[in-house]
Design a protein around this ligand. Structure first.
Ligand code: FPP
Length: 221
């Protein structure tokens, strides 16, 4: 959800206003994605590197997250199940409690699942999987020479979720920024100059239509 800050700056508003507009847009886009029949979406809300931002902005983002997690309908939209991935140990008790609440509140819905990546980094996720496997090896439950890619997939945050088909990055940057590193080996990418708060369902549809015309070979012919 990139470009919130630039969106706000263009309007002479504080960056936090951009994040608020971005959070509102997440509901619009996720509901729409659910209506299209998309089963999983992962939204990058806060990276392991975002702690480097000025304290004021980090505090504003955490306050916004707390607001949105509390206002369950506001975040989840209709029939969307919310789950959180990332290192929750650095998040406040309050945020952790609200994450538990919203996960519980939305768990029986049968529409789309939206993963919110909070204090998430792809490298951190892979390191965590390696630690879990090393622990199993140390206990003698697995032989190191028998560790497979599948076993790593089973130890990331989302073992039961398919790899990412399409990664959309708005706002002009052409990089992955530590997002879904393991799951993006054969992802398709779609970039746009539009700042995230201005990213509409029409833009989302354009990305999907473009994706549908790609020829995915997964290394084959
Ligand atoms: C990137 O824009 C955006 C973020 C680092 C935060 C995204 C967070 C939200 C949309 C709000 C919180 C989420 C929820 C689910 C309530 P940027 O700040 O890097 O923008 P810039 O590149 O224009 O400065």
């Amino acid at each position: 959800m990139d470009g919130n800050g630039r969106w706000a700056k263009k309007r002479g508003l504080p960056r936090s206003a951009g994040h608020r507009a971005g959070a509102q847009n997440l509901k619009t886009i996720s509901e729409f994605a659910g209506e299209l029949g998309i089963k999983y979406i992962t939204a990058y809300a806060f990276s392991t590197e975002n702690w480097k931002r000025p304290k004021e902005e980090v505090d504003a983002l955490m306050a916004l997250l707390l607001d949105y997690l509390r206002d369950k309908e506001q975040l989840a939209g209709k029939n969307v199940t919310i789950r959180v991935i990332g290192d929750r140990s650095a998040l406040s008790d309050e945020i952790n409690r609200e994450i538990d609440n919203i996960e519980e509140y939305t768990k029986d819905r049968d529409g789309m699942v939206m993963y919110l990546a909070i204090n998430y980094g792809g490298r951190q996720e892979i390191a965590r999987a390696v630690r879990r496997l090393a622990k199993q090896a140390a206990q003698g439950d697995v032989r190191p020479e028998e560790i497979t890619e599948e076993m790593i997939s089973e130890n990331i945050y989302t073992p039961d979720v398919p790899e990412a088909d399409l990664i959309i990055r708005p706002s002009g940057e052409l990089r992955l920024s530590n997002f879904l590193l393991w799951q993006s080996a054969y992802s398709e990418f779609w970039f746009s100059d539009i700042h995230w708060p201005d990213f509409t369902t029409k833009d989302f549809t354009r990305a999907i239509l473009d994706y549908q015309n790609r020829n995915r070979r997964f290394g084959g012919v």
